[in-house]
Ligand binder design. Structure first.
Ligand code: PLP
Length: 309
């Protein structure tokens, strides 16, 4: 927290932390995987760059450089002696002045790392999840910036998730204000129709997922035809395959939407990409080894270089 490794029980924040009251935080969700060369963090740079950009959108001055955050993330994983884990850096306005203007408050940065198995469940990756098209629409760029991974945006996704779970589904799919598909509550969505892979463009109001980008690049490598194109609600129902991608959820097929079976209940292209993704993140595909950052074995007790800008 703020440049120091602290025991879990001491990682506390004051009750009047600005972000706790007004949703003034930006964060990332990153994974570290077990590879033949030891634990390695997947696309660390891309995640940190997205976090810096989320902060920029909100005029939040990050107290550390991207390189300092990268080193701090590696130190946190290393100090916790985790071979595989989920990593959560969060930059937030701390305790200072209450009221809506966050700018007078100090920006704090914390990083947590813990073991977190597949978000939608191991079984989901094999048999698929059941999704509901939410009655909540994805935040529109005229209300909140959808491309910023801000804590505030997750109030929107959270409402959709609760609605889906209460209706007996596993996950929610949110349409945008133009009634086109945006994404799931915490994953991007891909469609397969007649052998062509597609996903909604960033302009549909999606978070530009790092897994989404990885799948697009891997599809090209595997010779799978791909288009970035809007998907309508009815096109969800008539898909041959649908699948979700995200750091937490990995690559997970969708077997049903609104009680309708998708395709014939098998997901060959999704399965190909899921297996390829698993090879890549576990360091078994040299073509994409540049996406993996090894976690140094030695534990850096403290992050020494700090620049407050
Ligand atoms: C709303 C939302 N969309 C998409 C994603 C997938 O992004 P990524 O693949 O970078 O984890 C996430 C997860 O971070 C998310 O929360």
């Amino acid at each position: 927290m703020n440049g120091e490794l602290v025991p879990w029980k001491d990682a506390k924040v004051p009750f009047l932390t600005h972000a706790l009251h007004y949703g003034t935080g930006v964060f990332e969700g990153i994974r570290c995987f077990k590879t033949p060369g030891g634990p390695a963090i997947f696309r660390l740079k891309e995640h940190v760059v997205r976090m810096m950009e989320s902060a920029e959108i909100y005029l939040m001055k990050m107290p550390y450089s991207a390189n300092e955050i990268i080193e701090a993330i590696k130190s946190t994983v290393s100090a916790n002696q985790l071979e595989e884990c989920y990593i959560r850096p969060l930059a937030y306005y701390g305790y200072g002045e209450m009221g809506l203007n966050p700018l007078p408050n100090k920006v704090s940065l914390g990083i947590a790392a813990w073991r977190w198995d597949s978000y939608l469940g191991e079984k989901a990756e094999k048999v698929g999840v059941r999704c509901q098209v939410s009655s909540w629409r994805r935040v529109h760029p005229s209300t909140l910036p959808p491309q910023a991974k801000s804590t505030a945006n997750y109030a929107n996704g959270g409402l959709a998730k609760i609605e889906a779970l209460k209706a007996g589904y596993d996950e929610a799919i949110l349409l945008n204000m133009e009634a086109m598909v945006a994404e799931a509550s915490a994953e991007n969505i891909f469609r397969v129709k007649d052998g062509i892979l597609s996903t909604p463009p960033a302009s549909a109001g999606v978070l530009r997922g790092v897994t989404r980008d990885s799948i697009i690049r891997m599809a090209a490598d595997l010779g799978i035809e791909f288009r970035r194109s809007d998907i309508s609600r009815e096109e969800l129902y008539t898909s041959d395959e649908l699948f979700l991608t995200g750091t937490a959820a990995g690559v997970t097929p969708v077997r049903e939407v609104d009680g309708r079976m998708i395709g014939r209940g098998s997901f060959p292209i999704c399965e190909r990409l899921r297996k390829a993704y698993s090879e890549v993140v576990h360091g078994r595909e040299p073509k994409f080894s540049k996406w993996l950052t090894p976690v140094a074995k030695s534990v850096a007790p403290q992050i020494e270089t700090r620049t407050r800008k």
